[in-house]
Ligand binder design. Structure first.
Ligand code: ATP
Length: 418
């Protein structure tokens, strides 16, 4: 039997009223169809932690497709079904998305076989999941509204900040859980339970990730790079030697750790100051791989389907020894003006402080738009492709302090181009 806790108040505080109403109506439809419904997984964990989560997953003891269909029909909501997964999705008029899944278990006819999916009870469905913190369910039918059902001590684990697997073979059954364990640990500041930690270390040491599909590893890494606590997670992945197993010749020393931290700060800085959103994965991949020869880095990118990072890697490997103290600002500008945003952010994170500052200064000046097309027209020049040449020439002189302000710039243009 599961442990019960009453979380009615917490649930009511967590969701806006229109969503609570939907849950209650849904409960009525479920009752009519003789089915039971629960909130499950990440959303329950996050209700307990008081963290925002927009993914509402509803588990149905019965038939998710039938329930979602009836409910959508009653209310005129958009409905989609996915027969082979026994799942459905609806979108309400307020654009609230709800995902429905039929409680199921997976049956393996022989080791390594594709699992057969069969309808099951709530408990059986929860038992397939990765960690105890993700096995909680909250009843949302009217009479039991807000009752938390806890079969595997997940509530206690959330309170004790522990990540625990449900059984000995969990990491063997699905090695992607190694990544997920460290991602949750880093995200929430949780520790691995001591037995789970042992199992995870063995799984990494025995290189179980070798059998995980590269596409799923790609997905996990992308998710990691987009986590707020990405640095904590990457450091955990390093501490448990997961990165060593993933990347040939990988070593994370103190300098490289600093680079990763600077990447995080610079991504934020670029969002704030330049209003530019970069592809975080590409920059963190640079941060992890830049110390390796380009062939090794490229091999990794190819293996894990990160072709989108190729361009930035080529740019960085080309530039890394070229940008140095002895260059004039205009020469640095010449090197960086055409490169991707991701390479720029990485360079600023990797280069020594004084050079990074100079690059940031250049970019800030570039943003100012020192001399515009309008300025040239107001001087009497006719719009032509020559404009951008003139603008670049003036801008470079401005960067090198040969032209100090706009007045001088306009004077210079008059003399040289009119
Ligand atoms: P997030 O906040 O990252 O979305 P989540 O817990 O909602 O976290 P999902 O990846 O959306 O995670 O997965 C939904 C649920 O499916 C999880 O709560 C988990 O119980 C289960 N799950 C996901 N991946 C696995 C896996 N590899 N093995 C077992 N269960 C899994």
């Amino acid at each position: 039997f599961p442990k019960h806790y009453n979380l009615k108040h917490k649930v009511k505080k967590y969701f806006p009223e229109n969503i609570i109403d939907i849950f209650l109506q849904l409960g009525n439809t479920a009752k009519k169809l003789n089915m039971k419904i629960y909130l499950v997984g990440g959303i329950v964990r996050d209700i307990i932690l008081g963290r925002k989560n927009l993914d509402i997953d509803i588990l149905v003891e019965g038939d998710a497709i039938k329930l979602a269909y009836e409910f959508a029909k009653e209310n005129g909501f958009v409905f989609h079904k996915f027969e082979e997964f026994m799942t459905a999705q609806i979108k309400t008029k307020d654009n609230i998305k709800l995902d429905f899944a039929t409680a199921r278990k997976e049956i393996y006819e022989y080791p390594g076989a594709y699992p057969k999916v069969e309808k099951a009870t709530l408990r059986e469905d929860l038992f397939r999941r990765d960690f105890t913190i993700n096995t909680l369910a909250i009843d949302i039918t009217e009479e039991n509204f807000g009752i938390l059902l806890d079969y595997f001590y997940g509530y206690q684990d959330i309170r004790n900040k522990k990540i625990r697997v449900l059984h000995e073979l969990s990491f063997i059954e699905d090695p992607i859980r190694i990544f997920r364990a460290l991602r949750f640990a880093g995200r929430f500041g949780f520790k691995l339970g001591s037995h789970t930690e042992k199992l995870l270390k063995v799984a990494i040491q025995q290189n179980f990730i070798k059998v995980a599909p590269e596409g799923r590893i790609n997905l996990e890494l992308n998710l990691t790079f987009n986590e707020e606590n990405v640095i904590e997670i990457l450091f955990l992945m390093d501490e448990y030697k997961l990165l060593n197993h993933l990347i040939k010749y990988f070593v994370l020393n103190d300098f490289r750790k600093k680079v990763l931290e600077k990447i995080r700060d610079n991504i934020l800085y670029f969002e704030l100051i330049f209003n530019k959103k970069a592809d975080k994965s590409i920059i963190y991949l640079l941060g992890l791989l830049y110390h390796l020869p380009l062939e090794i880095a490229t091999e990794f990118l190819e293996k894990y389907y990160f072709e989108k990072a190729f361009k930035s890697f080529e740019e960085f490997y080309y530039l890394k020894d070229k940008i140095n103290e002895n260059l004039k600002n205009s020469e640095i500008y010449e090197y960086i003006k055409g490169i991707t945003l991701e390479t720029k952010i990485f360079l600023i994170s990797y280069l020594p402080e004084n050079l990074s500052k100079r690059i940031l200064d250049i970019l800030n000046k570039e943003k100012e738009k020192f001399i515009t097309g309008k300025d040239l027209i107001s001087l009497g020049l006719k719009p032509s492709p020559k404009f951008s040449k003139i603008q670049t020439e003036i801008f470079k002189k401005y960067l090198d302090n040969e032209i100090k302000d706009k007045k001088q710039a306009l004077e210079y243009i008059k003399q040289k181009f009119l």
